[in-house]
Design a protein around this ligand. Structure first.
Ligand SMILES: Nc1ncnc2c1ncn2[C@@H]1O[C@H](COP(=O)(O)OP(=O)(O)OP(=O)(O)O)[C@@H](O)[C@H]1O
Length: 314
C-alpha cells in the first residue's frame, strides 16, 4: 500500500546539509503495523513528514520515491494532496493533543474535518462526530466540551477520532502516547489496536519506546543516523536482534518478566549528521567494529527470511 524507496532528505543549514534521511526504503501492507525505531534524531519524524508532504525549507527531498496505492505522492498537486491527507493518510503527533483549538468544542473540531471532505449535512456530521468519540472511548455526550475540560488522555483520543474521521487506510502515529502516563498510554494503544482490527487500517508507528513498539508492531525498521540498519518481524527482532545497534537498544530497557540482567545501553552519542562517520555510521560506537567498518558501507541484506540487516558481521 505504501512504498518508500531510497528516500533522501536534507536540512540545508549554514554548517552544511544535515543528512537526516539517507536512502531509506520500506513498504507497508494493508492492515499492517510497521514500526520505525531509533534514537532521537535518527530521522523517524522526517520520514513521516516526507510521506505526508509536510516538509518545508530548510528541508528538501533530494532523492527517492513515495508511492501510495500506486500514486506518486511526491508528484501530487495541491488538490491531490488535499484528498491524500486525511482521506488516504492521517497523522497523530506526539503533541497533537495540545494542538486542539481551545475556543472550539471537540465536536466542532471533528465536524470541521468531516465538513471539509465529506460535505455531509450538519446533523449527519454531528452524528458521525458523536460516533467517532464513542469509537475512541469518549462518552458522546462530551461532544460540546472544550479541550480544557478534558484530560490529556481524552484530548489525545479526540485527536485520534479526528484522524479516523474519514476512515483512511493508513494512519501515521508519531509518538502518539509519549506525553501520557504509562497506564493511559497502554489503554490508548490497546484501543487503537482494536480499532485497527475493526476498521482494517495500517499504521506507521514511530516511537523510541522499544518495548511498546515490539508489542504493537508487526514489523520494525531500526533507524540509525538516517539509515535503516535492521528490518524484521517484531518478534524476530526482539528475540534475535542482529545489528549491534539493535542489540544495544534491546539492552537499554528492562524486562518485567525475564531474569534480572544488567542494562548496558549504548556508549557514546549519535553522530553529527552534517559529517556522518565514513563506512558504517555506527562503527565509532560499535563493540564489534572491524577495520572495514570504517571504510566500507554495509548494505541492507536479507540474512534470514524477512530479516534484513546492514552489518559486516553477517
Ligand atoms: N529544521 C531543521 N534544521 C536542521 N536540522 C534538522 C531540522 N529538523 C530536524 N533536523 C535534524 O534532522 C535529523 C533527524 O531529525 P528527526 O526529527 O527526523 O529525528 P527523529 O528520529 O524523529 O527524532 P525524535 O525522536 O527526537 O523526534 C536530526 O539530526 C535533526 O537534528
Amino acid at each position: 500500500m505504501l512504498e518508500v524507496e531510497k528516500l533522501h532528505v536534507r536540512y540545508l543549514t549554514p554548517r552544511g546539509p544535515v543528512r537526516a534521511v539517507d536512502g531509506v526504503s520500506f513498504n507497508i501492507t494493508p492492515g499492517e503495523v510497521f514500526g520505525l525505531a531509533g534514537e532521537s534524531g535518527s530521522g523517524k519524524s522526517t520520514i513521516a513528514h516526507a510521506i505526508m508532504r509536510l516538509l518545508h525549507p530548510p528541508a528538501v527531498i533530494t532523492g527517492g520515491q513515495v508511492h501510495f496505492g500506486g500514486d506518486d505522492v511526491l508528484d501530487m498537486d495541491d488538490d491531490e494532496l488535499n484528498e491524500f491527507r486525511w482521506g488516504q493518510v492521517s497523522m497523530v503527533f506526539q503533541s497533537a493533543m495540545n494542538a486542539l483549538n481551545p475556543v472550539l468544542t471537540v465536536g466542532e473540531q471533528i465536524t470541521d474535518v468531516i465538513d471539509r471532505h465529506l460535505h455531509l449535512p450538519k446533523k449527519e456530521a454531528r452524528e458521525r462526530a458523536a460516533f467517532l468519540l464513542d469509537l475512541v472511548g469518549i462518552e458522546p455526550s462530551r461532544i460540546d466540551s472544550y479541550p480544557h475540560q478534558l484530560s490529556g488522555g481524552m484530548r489525545q483520543r479526540v485527536v485520534i477520532a479526528i484522524a479516523l474521521a474519514l476512515n483512511p487506510p493508513l494512519m501515521i502515529m508519531d509518538e502518539p502516547t509519549t506525553a501520557l502516563d504509562v497506564v493511559v498510554q497502554k489503554e490508548i494503544m490497546q484501543q487503537i489496536e482494536q480499532l485497527k482490527e475493526k476498521m482494517g487500517f495500517s499504521i506507521l508507528f514511530i516511537t523510541h519506546d522499544l518495548s511498546l513498539m515490539v508489542e504493537f508492531s508487526d514489523r520494525i525498521g531500526v533507524m540509525y543516523a538516517g539509515e535503516i540498519v535492521e528490518l524484521a518481524p517484531a518478534k524476530e527482532l526482539f528475540e534475535n536482534p542482529l545489528h549491534p545497534y539493535t542489540q544495544g537498544l534491546m539492552n537499554s530497557f528492562p524486562s518485567i518478566t525475564g531474569p534480572k540482567v544488567k542494562l548496558t545501553g549504548i556508549p557514546g552519542a549519535p553522530p553529527d549528521m552534517v559529517e556522518p562517520p565514513s563506512g558504517c555510521r555506527f562503527h565509532p560506537r560499535c563493540p564489534h567494529a572491524m577495520e572495514k567498518c570504517s571504510t566500507i558501507v554495509p548494505r541492507l541484506q536479507e540474512i534470514k527470511p524477512e530479516h534484513f540487516v546492514a552489518c559486516h558481521l553477517y
